[in-house]
Write a protein that binds this ligand. Sequence first.
Ligand code: XMP
Length: 512
Amino acid sequence: MREQVAVLDFGSQYARLIARRIRECGVYCEIVRHDISAGEVAAMNPAALVLSGGPASVTNVDSPGIDPAIFDMGLPVLGICYGMQLMAKILGGKVERGTDGEYGPAKIAFIEPVPLFHGIDAGMDVWMSHGDQVTALPEGFVPLATTRSCGTAVMGDKHRCLYGVQFHPEVVHTPRGNEVLSNFLYRLAGCRGGWTMGRFLEESVINIRETVGDSNIVCALSGGVDSAVVAALLNRAVGDRCRSFFIDNGLLRKGEVEDIRIMFTRDYPLVMTVIDARDEFLAALKGVTEPEAKRKIIGETFISVFKRQKAAMGDARFLAQGTLYPDVIESRSPLGGPSAVIKSHHNVGGLPEDLGFELLEPLRELFKDEVRRLGTELGLPDRLVHRQPFPGPGLAVRIIGDVTEETLKVLREADAVFRNEMSRYERLNEVWQYFAVLLPVKSVGVMGDERTYDNVVALRAVSSTDGMTADWSRLPADLLARISSRIINEVTGVNRVVYDVSSKPPSTIEWE
Ligand code: XMP
């Protein structure tokens, strides 16, 4: 059985980050709900548990709890922030609201050298975010570190291997946080490690072969990294019995279809068919301007094209999808409440169940950065593995207003100029995503001696790590000037270019 650590999620915005950090330390990790029972934990057979932080206060009666029997299982436990306070409260200590709280950077001083801080000197910079604090330790625990305003910044019971840290080792603002997590895993919890993409690849190939037997698989390529990695992985496992196809919906960037074709016929040969459904998508979008309506129509059209294709793939038993771990955990909220729908993201994942395929989701345990590493391990070209994200509804959500042949042409050309200039930008690695947006306004300009009354293009470039939050990129003024001048001169129908200086939140990355 694979070695794994479970993170109990108390509604923390950082639960995922904790899981990623643990995996970066070489140990597979899964996030589970905080109300998991001791029996369910036993069935998972984890090597250790981590209790996440959370927005609640353990001093409130209805705050999220934990099955107390979990602490009697003899498992090593690390509680972080709320997780530490909950551990203290349940095991007989005391938690109280502090006078000021502690938010942001702090320095902790160690009281005595312990394995949790192996390799780190007498103290370290940490990041804190708490109002409550542990004021009396449970029996068996000793204080291990303090800050100026928190008497027990770290506590531990070395006999039961239970530890609590008030700071957040998972965030980058705790520069040596990874060492603390690694010390917990390897020096205290006795983990062996070995979670690598090479190993995952070997295991997956065996699992896929066992699951699929001698049946055929259909894989829908989107042009993005996830579906490409799925296709490559299945190709490695079952060869030509996996058949991929790509739906050209007419909402792609300039040269994109050709690029995909080259990538999967020359650079990484797969059995692939391109289905031309451009007219169908454009007809369905005619006159539609409301963003959610566009997304819905595009999703439905995908399904209807797919259903028609199904006849041609009649002998395929499986449908492969690029579902990732964040999709899996997003669909089960840790505290039970649904989170607000900002945009209905469309992926092939939205295909209805009655299509008559069995689903194959070989990436459902992986985070995005792991998928990229797997892609590299599989030998996919770098330009595919590091492709910037592109939304399922494509340029339709970058044309504010009517999506027509004409508006698509203007946006495609402007976007191509933007991409061409950006490809020479020396700090491109700092930009996570960039694209052009066509606005539904016209503005007055002057070209030569002529008055013009033409379209406005907005440029969007952002830095981000996962698309959940983003900051607008501070592109050099000279670069923006070149892009603007080239777009206005080279793209017929555009006489003004603006740069989007909004961050997410409160804006989103895409405009629709
Ligand atoms: P937003 O606009 O929500 O975008 O801040 C966050 C990231 O998600 C991408 N995006 C999508 N990806 N289907 C996708 O597969 C979609 O419908 C979709 N909408 C937005 C967006 O490009 C950004 O990277």
